[in-house]
Write a protein of this length. Structure first.
Length: 163
């Protein structure tokens, strides 16, 4: 019985084993990854060290993987979800990026950290912001946990409503 004679539900698909480059590309089309992260994910999927490193190197050479682009994406993404520069710098460091790449990605960000901190406080405490000392402390703790610096914390927890 040939494949054409088999009933519709009984056809077998032959899945070819993906190469390390194909697996890495599959990860990159979903979202940006750093070299370190992409290599780690390939190794976790059972790809040998040399093959994983070669695949990542090839994709980086062809422009599919770029640590600079990844760093800029991560800064924008984390800033838009309420994280501050201290947290973001630390996270970039865990992805194997050097201090120069981290500094460049932070410099490219065109947002205002103090305004981001104020927005987060407004979302948590309402338009009036923290109204008493206890709420200001809670807001300051929240911002510190989220990685904002002291100046941004002070500005965000002591802002006055403009008329």
């Amino acid at each position: 019985m040939s494949e054409q004679d088999e009933p519709q539900g009984r056809r077998r698909r032959r899945i070819k084993e993906q190469t390390p480059v194909q697996r890495a590309l599959g990860l990159l089309v979903r979202r940006e990854h750093s070299r370190k992260e992409l290599t780690r994910k390939l190794l976790a999927r059972g790809i040998e060290d040399d093959a994983a490193l070669a695949a990542v190197e090839r994709l980086a050479g062809e422009g599919w993987q770029d640590d600079r682009r990844f760093a800029e994406w991560l800064v924008r993404s984390r800033a838009n979800t309420g994280y501050g520069p201290v947290h973001i710098r630390a996270e970039l460091g865990t992805h194997g990026l050097d201090s120069e790449a981290i500094s460049m990605a932070m410099a490219v960000f065109d947002g205002d950290w103090t305004e981001n901190a104020r927005d987060l406080v407004r979302r948590r405490f309402g338009e009036a912001g923290p109204v008493d000392l206890a709420q200001r402390r809670k807001a300051a703790d929240l911002l510190a946990r989220r990685g904002f610096d002291g100046n941004s914390i002070r500005a965000a927890t002591r802002f006055e409503l403009e008329d």
